[in-house]
Ligand binder design. Structure first.
Ligand code: KG4
Ligand code: ZN
Length: 340
C-alpha cells in the first residue's frame, strides 16, 4: 500500500494531507484568508506569497498529525487546476520538488475531482452511479459520476453566470457582512427569518433550463431590496437569500437524480458547508428516497486531504503518473480526475 501526499494551493488555503488505501492519516491547513479580508476578496499575489511561506511548515504539521516521516511517502498528488495561476504554481512547484527528492510518482489532478473524492474519506467508495452537485467559490455544476478516476465525468449543467459561493460572497458584501461571505451569511441567517423576503428562485419557471443555474439576478434582487429598505434587518435578508439558494440547488439536484435515475446525491465544495443547504438537502433526499452524501464540514472547503484522496484513487487504479514536465492549468472543466 502507498501513502499519498496531497497538496492543494488553488486559492487561499495551503492544504496538505496524507491518505493510504482510502484512509485519511492526517492533514494540515494554513489560510491567508485574513490577509484578503480588507480587500473583500482573494488577491492572487498575496495568496501565492502566503503559499510559499506556509508550504513547508504545513507539510511538517501534516506529517506530525499523521505520525509519518517524508520517507513514508510513496506518491504525491497536487492540484494542477483550476484555480488562481500564481497560487497553483506554488503547489505544483512544491509537489515536483517533493516527488523528485523522494523519487516517487507525481499526479497532477483536477481540484473539483478532489472535492468529490473528499466524500470517500468519510463514506467510502462512491456507488456505481451518482449525481454530484459541486458548489464552490468558482463553480456550480451538476455532474453524472460513475467511477471517479476511470470514467469520464458528464456535465449535466453548469451555472450561466455567478457560482453559488461567489453569490454568497457578493451578497455578504452588499449587506455589510465580512469576507468570506458564505460563513458570514450562514451565521447571520441563524438569527434571521428565512420567510421575511420572497427573493426569486432563478430558472425555476416552466420552460427554463431544467437543471441550469443562475445567481446573478438573485444577487441583483438583494441589491435592489436593500437599496429600497435601508433599515432592513440584515439577518432576515441573509436568511431569505440563503433560503432561495438552498431551494434552487436542492430542487435541481433532485431533479437531476430523477432524470438520471440514480439514488445517490453527493454534495461537495465549499458551499456544501452551509448549514441550511445541508439540512434542506437531507429533508428533500429523505422524501425522495435518495441517499445523501456530504463530506464533514471541514472537508467541504479546500483542503489537502481531498487531493490526497483523489491521488490515492489514481494510484490504486494503476494510473500513469503525470511526470515532472506539466504546468498548472488555471481554467479547465472537470472531465477527468487526472489533469496532466
Ligand atoms: O471550495 P472552496 O473552499 O473554494 C473554491 O474552490 O472556490 O469554496 C469557497 C466558497 C466561498 O465562496 C465561500 O464563501 C463558500 O465556499 N462557503 C460557504 C460556506 N463556507 C464556505 N458558503 C455558504 N455557507 C457556508 N457555510
Ligand atoms: Zn474548492
Amino acid at each position: 500500500m502507498t501513502v499519498v501526499m496531497g497538496i492543494e494551493t488553488s486559492c487561499d488555503e495551503t492544504g496538505v494531507g496524507f491518505v493510504e488505501d482510502g484512509v485519511l492519516l492526517g492533514d494540515a491547513l494554513a489560510s491567508s484568508m485574513d490577509e484578503h479580508a480588507r480587500f473583500g476578496g482573494v488577491v492572487p499575489e498575496i495568496a501565492a506569497r502566503a503559499h510559499l511561506q506556509a508550504m513547508v511548515p504545513t507539510v511538517r504539521a501534516a506529517l506530525d498529525k499523521a505520525g509519518l516521516g517524508l520517507d513514508d511517502v510513496g506518491a504525491v498528488a497536487v492540484t494542477a487546476g483550476p484555480g488562481l495561476a500564481t497560487a497553483l504554481h506554488v503547489g505544483v512547484a512544491a509537489a515536483k520538488s517533493y516527488a523528485l527528492a523522494l523519487g516517487v510518482p507525481l499526479y497532477g489532478v483536477h481540484h473539483l475531482a478532489g472535492h468529490a473524492a473528499a466524500d470517500t474519506l468519510e463514506h467510502g467508495s462512491l456507488p456505481d452511479r451518482s449525481v454530484a452537485l459541486i458548489v464552490s467559490g468558482g463553480h456550480t455544476s451538476l455532474l453524472f459520476v460513475r467511477d471517479l478516476v476511470r470514467t469520464p465525468i458528464v456535465h449535466l449543467s453548469d451555472t450561466f453566470d455567478d457560482a453559488a459561493g461567489e453569490a454568497f460572497d457578493k451578497v455578504a458584501r452588499l449587506i455589510g457582512l465580512p469576507y468570506p461571505g458564505g460563513p458570514s451569511i450562514d451565521r447571520a441567517a441563524r438569527e434571521g427569518n428565512a420567510g421575511a423576503v420572497a427573493f426569486p428562485r432563478p430558472l425555476t419557471a416552466p420552460g427554463d433550463p431544467e437543471l441550469g443555474f443562475s445567481f446573478s439576478g438573485l444577487k441583483t434582487a438583494v441589491a435592489r431590496y436593500v437599496e429600497k429598505h435601508p433599515d432592513t434587518d440584515v439577518n432576515d435578508v441573509a436568511a431569505s437569500f440563503q433560503e432561495a439558494v438552498a431551494d434552487v440547488l436542492t430542487t435541481k439536484a433532485l431533479r437531476a437524480c430523477r432524470r438520471e435515475e440514480v439514488d445517490t446525491l453527493v454534495v461537495v465544495g465549499g458551499v456544501a458547508a452551509n448549514s441550511r443547504i445541508r439540512a434542506l438537502a437531507q429533508e428533500r433526499c429523505d422524501t425522495a428516497g435518495v441517499e445523501l452524501r456530504i463530506p464533514p464540514m471541514r472537508l467541504c472547503t479546500d483542503n489537502g486531504a481531498m487531493i490526497a484522496a483523489i491521488g490515492d484513487l489514481l494510484v490504486r487504479d494503476g494510473a500513469k503518473p503525470s511526470g515532472l514536465e506539466f504546468s498548472a492549468v488555471p481554467t479547465i472543466e472537470l472531465q477527468q480526475a487526472q489533469l496532466c
